[in-house]
Design a binder for this molecule. Structure first.
Ligand SMILES: Cc1cc2nc3c(=O)[nH]c(=O)nc-3n(C[C@H](O)[C@H](O)[C@H](O)COP(=O)(O)OP(=O)(O)OC[C@H]3O[C@@H](n4cnc5c(N)ncnc54)[C@H](O)[C@@H]3O)c2cc1C
Length: 285
């Protein structure tokens, strides 16, 4: 992890409210798929705390891109930084998406992946999809967004460019299938299991998106006995395990029967979905 000041190469509006920020670093940065950075516009006095953004793309060893939605003060300040401006950065943070398949899969059917991206959660999985494609793993992408406009803000064209099978849903039906992304995911698993006599356990589901989406993906994965990994985007203060602001309840029992928690920033952000206490965390996310 390095703490540094990066220089803005570009900060492009993709669609109103969504931008792609590309930063140049003086030092080399080894960022893997699924990792994130804590970023803050250097010129602004507030907010004081950096904001978490997933590494969207890597170019060479000194350039990283971040796809972000302008939500509140931190991302708004970032949106004002122009080419040549400075961004305070702590990077790379968190664990990364594992691309190897689980041992329980049969050799023949083991190389199958399902990627579920919900809204700006897409930013965490583009590099994962690139890695799965490079590893020649049979990959299906399910991409859900509120509308067609939001989908393009969330990098839809970059996902299309991968040339992998891609199912799009929008809440308002303006693009792709109307409804939540979990509906075609469920259909897909049902069809796969029935038509091709494959087991759900032969697939690994990778998901990043809003909390209710990931909770539902976990339920579907459990039903089909598929391995499921989620990247949790809990709001966080420091990003390196000190403030404990991002904890989530997990199923492991703590001492004396107390609930057990994990820090999303340093124990994750990627967790096996079946270890998370979804019903408890739903109250705070
Ligand atoms: C590991 C990680 C990776 C992330 N990657 C990306 C990314 O690649 N692109 C991107 O656009 N966003 C990403 N986010 C979310 C992003 O960090 C928040 O949207 C950002 O912190 C908002 O800061 P702000 O100052 O603009 O808004 P704030 O003023 O902090 O918040 C505005 C509103 O959004 C809510 N909010 C803040 N953070 C979150 C959150 N994480 N989830 C849900 N609601 C939240 C607040 O409760 C508040 O109501 C990521 C979050 C995490 C933890």
């Amino acid at each position: 992890m390095i703490e540094t000041v990066a220089t803005v190469e570009s900060n492009l509006e993709i669609t109103p409210g969504y931008r792609l920020l590309t930063l140049n670093f003086d030092e080399e940065v080894e960022a893997r798929a699924g990792q994130f950075a804590m970023l803050r516009a250097r010129a602004s006095f507030e907010p004081l705390l950096r904001r978490a953004l997933a590494v969207y793309r890597v170019a060479g060893k000194r350039q990283l891109s971040f796809l972000y939605q302008i939500l509140g003060r931190g991302t708004e300040q970032l949106s004002f930084v122009e080419r040549g401006g400075e961004v305070e950065a702590l990077v790379p943070l968190g664990n990364s998406w594992p691309v190897e398949m689980p041992e329980r899969s049969s050799v023949e059917a083991s190389r199958r992946a399902i990627v579920v991206a919900g809204g700006i959660g897409s930013a965490s999985v583009l590099m994962l999809c690139e890695e799965l494609a490079r590893a020649r793993i049979d990959t299906q992408i399910f991409f859900g967004a509120a509308s067609g406009r939001v989908a393009s803000g969330c990098g839809l064209e970059d996902f299309r460019a991968l040339g992998l099978p891609l199912t799009i849903t929008t809440d308002d039906g303006s693009l792709g299938e109307r409804g939540f992304v979990t509906a075609p995911l469920e259909r897909h698993l049902r069809d796969e299991v029935s038509k091709k006599s494959l087991r759900g356990a032969d697939s690994t589901i990778y998901a990043c998106g809003p909390w209710p989406m990931m909770a539902r993906v976990n339920e579907i994965a459990a039903r089909f006995d598929a391995r499921c990994l989620v990247s949790l985007e809990a709001p966080m203060g420091c990003g390196f395990g000190v403030c404990v602001g991002c904890v989530v309840a997990v199923k492991t029992d703590g001492p004396l029967g107390y609930a057990s928690y994990r820090r999303v920033c340093t124990d994750g952000t990627i967790f096996s979905a079946d270890t998370i206490r979804w019903e408890v965390n739903a109250m705070s996310h």
